[in-house]
Design a protein. Structure first.
Lengths: 816, 162
């Protein structure tokens, strides 16, 4: 038994090179409940990060009473992180939405029935479609739904309404991962898999605080390091757990990733660590890329990034001497400027070293959310379904045939509109019907003052579909209560292409409905039909929706056609591609070194990495990749906002291990909320000393756009950088969306409205702020957890240990 | 040294200067389209670098640019930004954006053609230094065209459907 709040990762199980990871089955049941007392264990997987750990949901008397990791699941071999162990309790929160709400003439939201709510919604939708056409409608969805929900939404919005304006909040977390894969390999799809950790002898973690964002992936990496013979290089301005264990920790200034990565490539070339035969045979573009990085010698990068030149050389040595290199990226790369260009350089590092497509070698362009991969695959994340290319007429004709609609019904004059542009269209009044599904932009998007203003407009009809009355839902005209994980059946895919089936364990509360059923109801009421006048959507159950998705994916890189609910029930997670007739799945996507870069096959023709200009087919053909990977270079440019006299600090938002997103579920889980109850502000000791700030003092952080207050935590982060977690909004302060009472605390009050020109992912890691002390603390430490990157540099009374309420059971394989 | 080639360099410089003014203007007129304003500012800086490169070439030909006139940009930038904020929530903002990006694309095409003609001149005059400069700068000019066209294509459907 371990207190998994105080020790989030649990006992070590060292993993030697090439060994299998032994099972360790973690479980947590309601207080005092014995495993034998459980009525049923229902197969599922965790939805509180992108790792997708296989688990079973314990059910007793029709209630969820706990979870247990699946020992046979390849992703986690039974392990669960704190969010997985405890987060399920939020399903039974007393403040779940159980009835639809509509805004009355009095300006307040009132409970109503589904018929009334849907009639209100349908009347508005019909009116706007008649007056202004499909482009008046926008849909902003999530990384939290299932394939069946997403694919239904894709068909309804693209084939039914015909609007190009559908995107997911995955734009904020994983758009760059997808785009970097498209630029280099021609299509989305994770090259590596988690078993590569078992075989790797060097890890290169770039802007990826894996110990907090994917706790179970970190357990595997940590075990591999404990097994011996593996090195670790970490790039992170904060002193994260991986950084503290690294052979080399590079802590660059926020907004300088590309300079650092170009210098590492430069060094690999200068020290002749290039696998020239691999480069010649399996890539194009080496010379142009080499020319770009030639401008970034190590010394220049050291100056720009504010790191020691010898550390860069040492990092390049480890990368250059590795025989099995596994590189990973996450938000430190994706939410900075030049995001795609930087992520692409990480692809390049592995490619020039020939480190891809075999055990231990590859790149994990990580996802943030549990089902972000499916948002991308099904085409509700600014993509077309099954990685089809919007510029490829044949792809669009195939899709139209599959859906039995006219090809011009499917909007493909442009790529599907990205989230930041959807909000811009709403701002200028071009979009007047916005349907927000399972996401909370009033807390998660940049520059919240602007976002609240957009969402509060009278001329905008706002529909919010969620399980809780979020800050965004409070601004809605119609609120639709949704069933969530554990209350509906569906499938989803994690960051290493592993597909899990998640079965319904309990019924949804009150009148809440599965998201797919809500979309089906909308389509039926709107009367959407195919070319023959038959109903457009031809399924009504999750399994039928999955079968339809299989047909859509058939022959595409993300081929699901050989999978089925029955097969997924008999195995605990299978990877795509899994074409019809397959008997086993593949670990490394590019084992055959045939990349998706043929023009008739590719998902995207790519972009100019500096401007984001889309390449057209003839330009893509001129690259001549034809199945080889594409090496693209880009020169470093300074961040759009850098510190000055008024705002002398760099500001970055981020995550804590114990919370997820805007805390919709984790904030309603007693152990997790107790572990990280309120916002805090991290400062380096030197900065705090200069400003006269001590642990626990109340400080105000202000940017040109807004301000927040929080208690100071003095950490080992980079000097000149201020950090605050973005999880904390206003719903549990008893207030509406805006900071209208107590002082504001949502980190995105400060962030800038700016995005990467290629992936369109907003910048959360580069803004300029100032910091002032508001009041001295009373000796109580900051509410920041003491366990990970927010650990204090001096001992403070720990709030993280919670005693027996957070004790989880771990059973080692040898004991079972 | 050819006086005609110097004239061609001056022509390219004039075209670049016009493009520079347009980039600044579009940046100031579309402050609420954050990506457009930011990219125009970036591209304006890079355009200024090309103008400086052309001035170096003119030096070699013993010629100077026709005018040091900087245009009205600096005088009206503030007013443009204020006006831009005021109209940013109007449905007509999209149409203005498409029109401005269209003009920008056309201006970049003139620059592109002028640099192409410089390449022809450099080859016939066997001016290796000028030729090297053209080879370096022409992809930069094409990058402006590609972006303006790409962004214009993105913005047009919403306007044309309205």
């Amino acid at each position: 038994m371990t207190d998994r709040i105080a020790d989030p990762w649990g006992p070590l199980t060292p993993l030697g090179s090439g060994e299998d990871w032994v099972a360790r089955v973690d479980s947590y049941l309601d207080d005092g409940l014995a495993p034998g007392a459980v009525d049923a264990w229902v197969q599922s997987a965790c939805v509180l990060c992108s790792n997708g750990c296989g688990l079973d949901i314990a059910v007793k008397d029709g209630r969820m009473v706990g979870v247990r990791g699946r020992g046979d699941d390849r992703v986690n071999r039974g392990r669960l992180g704190p969010k997985g162990l405890f987060g399920w309790q939020a399903n039974a929160s007393s403040d779940r939405l159980i009835h639809p709400l509509v805004r009355g003439k009095d300006g307040e939201l009132h409970e109503t029935d589904w018929d009334t709510a849907m009639q209100r919604l349908i009347a508005k939708s019909r009116q706007l479609l008649e007056e202004d056409g499909p482009s008046s409608h926008g849909f902003y969805n999530s990384g939290q739904l299932f394939i069946e929900d997403y694919y239904t939404l894709a068909l309804v919005t693209k084939g039914g309404i015909g609007t190009p304006h559908t995107d997911g909040n995955t734009r904020l977390c994983t758009a760059t991962a997808a785009q970097a894969l498209k630029e280099t390999f021609g299509a989305d799809g994770q090259p590596a898999c988690y078993e590569d950790v078992n075989h790797a002898d060097a890890f290169f973690l770039v802007g990826h605080n894996v110990a907090e964002t994917q706790t179970v992936l970190w357990m595997r990496i940590r075990d591999r390091l404990a097994g011996g013979g593996a090195k670790l290089v970490v790039v992170d301005p904060r002193r994260t757990i991986p950084a503290s264990m690294a052979d080399v920790h590079l802590a660059p200034k926020n907004g300088t990733n590309l300079a650092l990565l170009n210098a590492i490539l430069n060094r690999l070339i200068l020290t002749d660590r290039i696998d020239q035969a691999f480069v010649d045979e399996h890539t194009v573009g080496f010379d142009t890329m080499a020319e770009v990085v030639a401008d970034m010698p190590v010394e220049r990068a050291a100056e720009i990034c504010g790191v020691n030149a010898n550390d860069i050389r040492e990092a390049a040595n480890i990368i250059g001497d590795a025989e099995a290199l596994l590189s990973t990226c996450l938000q430190g790369v994706y939410q900075s400027h030049q995001a795609t260009a930087s992520a692409v350089q990480v692809n390049n590092i592995n490619l020039v070293r020939g480190m891809i497509g075999r055990p231990g070698c590859g790149v994990l362009q990580m996802n943030g959310q549990p089902t972000a991969q499916n948002t991308r695959e099904t085409g509700v994340n600014g993509d077309m379904p099954a990685f089809r290319n919007w510029q490829n007429e044949q792809h669009m004709a195939d899709l139209a045939k599959l859906w039995n609609v006219d090809v011009l019904q499917i909007p493909h004059a442009t790529p599907p509109t990205h989230a930041m542009e959807i909000f811009r269209y709403a701002e200028e009044g071009a979009i007047r019907f916005l349907w927000v599904i399972a996401t909370n932009p009033a807390v998660s998007m940049p520059e919240l003052g602007r976002i609240r203003q957009i969402l509060s407009q009278d001329r905008l009809f706002l529909v919010v579909q969620d399980a809780f009355l979020t800050e965004t839902a409070r601004l809605a005209d119609v609120v639709l209560p949704a069933a969530i994980w554990g209350e509906k059946t569906g499938t989803f895919t994690n960051a290493d292409r592993t597909v899990h089936l998640s079965e319904r364990a309990v019924g949804p509360p009150g009148d809440a409905r599965p998201d797919m059923d809500i979309f089906l109801d909308y389509a039926r009421r709107m009367g959407f039909t195919d070319r023959d006048g038959a109903p457009l959507v031809k399924w009504s159950t999750p399994e039928e929706a999955f079968e339809a998705w299989k047909a859509c994916s058939k022959g595409r890189p993300c081929d699901y056609s050989g999978l089925s609910y029955d097969l997924l029930r008999s195995k605990s997670g299978l990877r795509w591609p899994y074409p019809e007739g397959a008997t086993e799945d593949v670990d490394d996507l590019y084992a055959d070194l045939q990349f998706h870069t043929r023009s008739e096959d590719c998902e995207d023709y790519g972009h100019d990495l500096l401007t984001g200009a889309s390449l057209e087919e003839k330009e893509f053909r001129a690259i001549g990749a034809e199945g080889r990977a594409i090496l693209k270079g880009a020169e470093y440019a300074p961040a759009p906002e850098t510190p000055d006299e008024s705002y002398p600090f760099l500001f970055s938002t981020g995550r804590t291990l114990y919370q997820f997103h805007t805390r919709t579920k984790t904030g309603r889980t007693r152990q997790l909320q107790h572990a990280a109850p309120d916002v805090w502000v991290e400062l380096a000791p030197e900065d705090a000393g200069r400003e006269g700030i001590e642990e626990g003092d109340l400080v105000e952080v202000a940017s040109a756009r807004g301000r927040i207050q929080g208690r100071a935590r003095i950490t080992g982060g980079r000097v000149g950088v201020v950090f605050a977690p973005f999880h904390y909004g206003y719903w549990d302060l008893g207030r509406t969306a805006g900071p209208d009472g107590r002082e504001p605390r949502a980190a995105n009050e400060l962030t800038i409205t700016r995005w990467d020109p290629v992936s369109k992912q907003p910048l959360f890691k580069v803004a300029a702020v100032n910091v002032t002390k508001v009041a001295a603390g009373d000796g109580t430490p900051s509410p920041a957890p003491t366990t990970a990157a927010s650990a204090p540099v001096v001992d403070v009374t720990t709030a993280a240990a919670t005693g027996d309420v957070a004790e989880a059971d771990e059973t080692m394989e040898a004991e079972t | 040294m050819s006086a005609d080639l110097a004239a061609a360099i001056r022509s390219a410089r004039d075209a670049e200067t016009d493009l520079l003014h347009q980039l600044r203007k579009v940046a100031d007129r579309h402050v609420a389209d954050h990506d457009v304003a930011a990219m125009c500012t970036t591209l304006a800086e890079r355009t200024q670098r090309r103008i400086d490169a052309l001035d170096s070439q003119l030096d070699r030909y013993g010629s100077v640019a026709a005018s040091g006139w900087e245009g009205w940009d600096h005088l009206v930038a503030g007013a443009r930004r204020t006006a831009s904020k005021m109209t940013s929530r109007s449905p007509s903002a999209g149409a203005v954006l498409v029109a401005d990006l269209r003009s920008l694309y056309l201006a970049s095409q003139e620059v592109s053609l002028d640099w192409t003609l410089l390449k022809q001149g450099a080859m016939v005059m066997r001016d290796a230094e000028l030729l090297e400069e053209v080879k370096k700068q022409l992809p930069e000019v094409e990058r402006v065209s590609a972006w303006a066209k790409s962004r214009c294509k993105l913005a047009a459907p919403q306007v044309l459907a309205g």
